[in-house]
Design a protein around this ligand. Structure first.
Ligand code: SF4
Ligand code: ZN
Ligand code: ZN
Length: 330
């Protein structure tokens, strides 16, 4: 197999595109795909302040790397979830990545901020770890972006993630989620714009880029990920992709291009009045947001079990640690 650009021996084959590349031209191709996504959807505009959500895994570190290569000064944001050694290694990996490149990294430790780790939160509330974790991550991303003056949050979702989410939403006809799904979700008052610059690149392509660029990332999965439905959807789509290269891309891109607008126009206007949470001030539909409700409930139960002192009460203001240099825009 030869590189489609220079004719040297190819190291990576992109079957869905019928192309193959040597290491150098693969990296160029990958970065140009990210650039194309950013431009096509006008994800980042001048004067934007950009925060990249970084877990320490390959997707988020590749995202941060490519944004930096394209000239964007994105600050990183890492949430220390308190999931044993997994979280400790995730933080170490992320800090090493940022320090090597002189990038600013903002870290919030869930336990230090809110009093309990994610596994403790799951234990006292009786809910699956991913449910409280997902809620806390969304809250913290919006909150830290707003408090620190970032109007765009970039995440490392890849094509496999997006196609699996689409399959999950279609399987259950989650119309609200279907109309919101996409590479960019515009911001509104109190909520930063959400962008996914890697949305058109497969997990395998992201891993190949990380390997060829020498990016040290955390390989281990979160111990709570086993049994997640998204893994089943990914496995099914993976089987289809092997038989029919390009399936994931067509499934997602054609949905976004042909179906989503039809679905949007066929649904009644949501017309939900947005308010500010009485406890934390974040945008919500009720008086108190789901995140404050969850943590208030957790505090009541944790105090009964003597995990927290009797006079403790949930404070929604996260404690922020900043490492490295302050980032500007491009
Ligand atoms: Fe959080 Fe679940 Fe993801 Fe682990 S697998 S990081 S608990 S959402
Ligand atoms: Zn080449
Ligand atoms: Zn709240």
């Amino acid at each position: 197999m030869k590189c489609s650009v220079c004719g040297q021996r190819a190291q990576v084959e992109v079957r869905r595109r019928n192309q193959a590349f040597c290491a150098e031209h693969y990296r160029d191709w990958f970065v140009s795909e990210v650039r194309r996504n950013l431009r096509r959807h006008r994800m980042i505009r001048s004067d934007d302040r950009l925060l990249a959500a970084v877990s320490g895994g390959k997707d988020s570190l590749v995202l941060w790397d490519t944004l930096t290569r394209l000239g964007y000064r994105a600050s990183g944001f890492h949430i220390h979830l308190g999931i044993g050694d997994y979280s400790r290694r995730a933080l170490e990996t992320t800090r090493a990545f940022a320090a090597e490149r002189g990038l600013e990294l903002i870290v919030v430790d869930v336990r230090q901020s809110f009093g309990l780790t994610i596994p403790q939160l799951a234990h006292v509330t009786g809910r699956a770890a991913c449910s409280g974790c997902g809620l806390s991550k969304r809250y913290l991303m919006n909150r830290v972006a707003a408090d620190e003056g970032f109007n765009v949050v970039a995440t490392g979702h890849n094509l496999d993630d997006e196609a699996a989410t689409l399959l999950g939403n279609v399987s259950h006809w989650q119309t609200d989620a279907l109309v919101r799904q996409g590479p960019m979700l515009e911001g509104r008052e109190g909520l930063a714009r959400r962008v996914k610059p890697l949305y058109s690149l497969t997990e395998r392509e992201v891993a190949a880029y990380a390997f060829l660029s020498g990016i040290e990332y955390q390989h281990e999965e979160c111990p709570h990920a086993t049994g997640a439905k998204s893994l089943l959807y990914k496995e099914m789509l993976g089987k289809m992709e092997t038989r029919m290269p390009g399936t994931k891309q067509v499934f997602l891109e054609q949905y976004l291009k042909k179906i989503q607008s039809l679905l949007k126009s066929g649904l009644p206007e949501a017309g939900v009045e947005l308010k500010r949470c009485e406890r934390c001030g974040s945008v919500t539909t009720g008086q108190v947001c789901a995140h404050c409700k969850l943590w208030d409930r957790a505090y009541t139960r944790a105090k009964k079990r003597r995990l927290l002192p009797e006079d403790a009460s949930f404070d929604p203001v996260p404690k922020i640690h900043v490492f490295g240099e302050a980032a500007g825009t491009k």
